[in-house]
Design a protein around this ligand. Sequence first.
Ligand code: SF4
Length: 296
Amino acid sequence: MIFNIQRFSTHDGKGIRTNIFFKGCPLRCKWCNNPESQNMQPEIFFTPSKCILCMECVKSSKNNEFYLENEKIALHRESVKTPEIFRDICPTKAIEVVGNKATVENIIEEVIKDLPFFNNSDGGVTVSGGEVFFQPELLEALTKALKKHNINISAETCLDVPWNNIKRSAQNIDVFLADLKHIDHSKFKEFTNGNLTQVLSNFIELEHLGANVIVRIPVINGFNASEHEMYSILDFAAGLSNVSEVNLLPYHSFGTGKYTLLGRIYDLHNGSVDDELINNCINYAKKIGLKANIGG
Ligand code: SF4
């Protein structure tokens, strides 16, 4: 299951890239900018302001999923069992179904359109999410197919998956863009619902493998935005022999509107951090021997 293919990206790896976004994630980070990536199943983005009352969605509703209320279209999400029936029915895209079962062949067909751009820019493909190692069969098949075309592959990952999920594709991945959100187990659990022991263990496994790892650290007020916490995270990264770079990712709230489209509530506020902290962290990272950047 994927939810987007984004061509001509210049973030998330070297050169011109095509980003493939996998749907489904083991974590529930409170600051997540892609809430549509979290569930493995297709979901509905609903934007009532785009509705022109054509009634197509009501006609397609078998269980009163979409219905007319006070001269407006309303959505009863709990009644939606098969979002697929609403794909492409809305003429104004007030309704969009997020997530589809693309095959490796479908994805490769899209990706190879940009082979000349990859070759001229040292670019390639970035697999992202969601969590790419949450779908190990799809990732293994896709990375093998990409390598047949000699395409450079970066993988964005939270590493909170069993090592076996990672191992089966690891040899095909040129760069791991791996999140290290915290090294305090209880804070990590509270803000992401994840298992930090598994994440740290996978960093060590990647070191044993000699994988090229860029460590990504989201910096979030109330979570890890203190010198004490950030320096501890950077110390862990500096202790790994295979880390080529760290990227600090200061909090932003660009994804909050998507929570509304999914009928969800965004409950992290005041996540922004001071430039001074970021600059101090960059200086500290360099002092302990890390190549460090803001963003990535
Ligand atoms: S299909 Fe789209 S435009 Fe038509 S009534 Fe439903 S939401 Fe409104």
